[in-house]
Write a protein that binds this ligand. Structure first.
Ligand code: ADP
Ligand code: MG
Length: 398
């Protein structure tokens, strides 16, 4: 889903109040009755003009339920509310190109007032197509769009909370900058996903670093749950060293971990399964892409368990509950992810949420030549990044 900010310029203060009223009304109404919108916005009868303006640009949608007519917020409307919050707090000044399209998120480059680039991640749960989801169709079908939006909010809140906790404890993750509704703003990492890297000078040391990151996460009580070549960005840094009259250049590769909505505690009932899957993703990728196989078996979950809390570190699986992402929220989000197969119980292809285009990746598993078919994907991305347009958010009242 694109993010067209154009209509933002034409929204009046009343329109924003109306949009906010529809959002508030949605907390306990599937379809928010028109009189209620008038009441919450304080605009009463005057609300109609704003309602039709918002409906016209697709920020709210008219719905009939059995008893009455009313409106609901669309994802577009929710996007605008989040952007408006960022605009007011000066977290985002302009919106640029889309750099990623996951199955359940859209990623945009944005900038602050100084022109420093950032990343806006918009969670869009419920977007995955039903045809790819074999499991739990009924769970999915019975969800309303309102509950999708709620799930997306949970995913964003979870991601922001975990990113903050990880960052505070020295993990190589983007800097979390702001969170609103179903979105987060984080620092832009100037790097490509490992998926797009065809060779590295020293696979063994990168492998070791990634495995030690998995173990360090476990030490802090966490399993990433989607630790793969899409969610590890590889930063290249060139170091110049001058020794006497000799100058040498060396390249260091630093992995940065992203994408946290599916993280689980080491105490999760299926912790071992998730842990093994994370480890095996890396093993398999290194074998196929870099033709590197570690001499060591494992690490196994039993090894990881011994590290939990070692050196008196804070267990982040426990501390996040206190910092806003409650156990109840975790359960709700997990039920959703289970239904769509994010935890591996469903269709594994649907589970990834990472492929820019699911179709292209269909033949990925077990392919002899992993380089095949990736050209298109990378080319697409470059094309998208090359557009170089950005639109400044309106700076007036709202
Ligand atoms: P999804 O949940 O859809 O998989 P991700 O958080 O993994 O979303 O992001 C999708 C893609 O967007 C990543 O593979 C990466 O290419 C890009 N991306 C995400 N966050 C950043 C960031 N902070 N800096 C640079 N690129 C990013
Ligand atoms: Mg991802």
């Amino acid at each position: 889903m694109r993010l067209d900010t154009k209509a933002m310029r034409y929204l009046t203060a009343e329109d924003w109040r109306t949009l906010t009223a529809v959002e508030s009304g949605s907390r306990n109404h599937e379809v928010v009755p028109t009189p209620l919108i008038g009441q919450i916005s304080g605009l009463r009868g005057g609300v109609h003009k704003s309602i039709s303006a918002l409906a016209k640009v697709g920020l709210i949608a008219r719905l009939k339920n059995a008893k009455y007519d009313g409106y609901r917020l669309t994802y577009g409307g929710l996007d605008y509310l989040a952007l408006n919050t960022y605009r007011k707090r000066k977290d985002v000044y302009s919106v640029g190109n889309q750099i990623g399209v996951g199955k359940e998120s859209d990623i945009f480059v944005v900038a602050d007032e100084q022109g420093v680039q950032r990343v806006l991640k918009i969670h869009r749960l419920g977007r995955i197509s039903f045809r790819t989801v074999k499991a739990n169709r009924d769970y999915l079908r019975n969800r309303s769009s309102g509950s999708w939006m709620y799930m997306s909010r949970l995913a964003a809140l979870k991601e922001y909370t975990f990113m903050t906790a990880l960052r505070e404890n020295g993990f190589p993750v983007p800097e979390p900058l702001a969170q609103s509704r179903h979105t987060i703003v984080m620092s832009l990492i100037d790097a490509f996903p490992m998926r797009q890297i065809s060779s590295v000078p020293d696979p063994a040391s990168l492998y070791a670093e990634l495995i030690s990151m998995i173990l360090r996460l476990a030490q802090y009580g966490l399993i990433h749950g989607d630790f793969n070549e899409f969610n590890i960005l590889i930063k290249e840094e060139t170091k110049r060293e001058i020794e006497g009259d000799k100058e040498t250049e060396s390249i260091t590769l630093t992995p940065i971990l992203i994408d946290f909505p599916q993280m689980v505690s080491v105490d999760h009932a299926n912790a071992e399964y998730y842990f093994d899957r994370d480890v095996n993703c890396i093993k398999r990728f290194f074998e196929r892409r870099f033709h590197f196989t570690s001499d060591e078996k494992g690490p196994h979950f039993a090894d990881a368990r011994k590290l939990i809390g070692k050196d008196g570190v804070t267990r982040l699986d426990v501390s996040v509950e206190a910092s806003g992402f409650s156990r109840k929220m975790a359960k709700e989000l997990e039920a959703y992810m289970k239904a769509v197969g994010v935890d591996g119980d469903g269709d594994p292809e649907a589970a990834r949420g990472d492929e820019e285009s699911g179709e292209e990746d269909e033949d990925e598993e077990g392919e002899e030549d992993p380089e095949d078919g990736e050209q298109t994907q990378d080319a697409e991305r470059t094309e998208e990044t090359a557009e170089g347009e950005s639109s400044v958010l309106p700076q007036d009242e709202g």
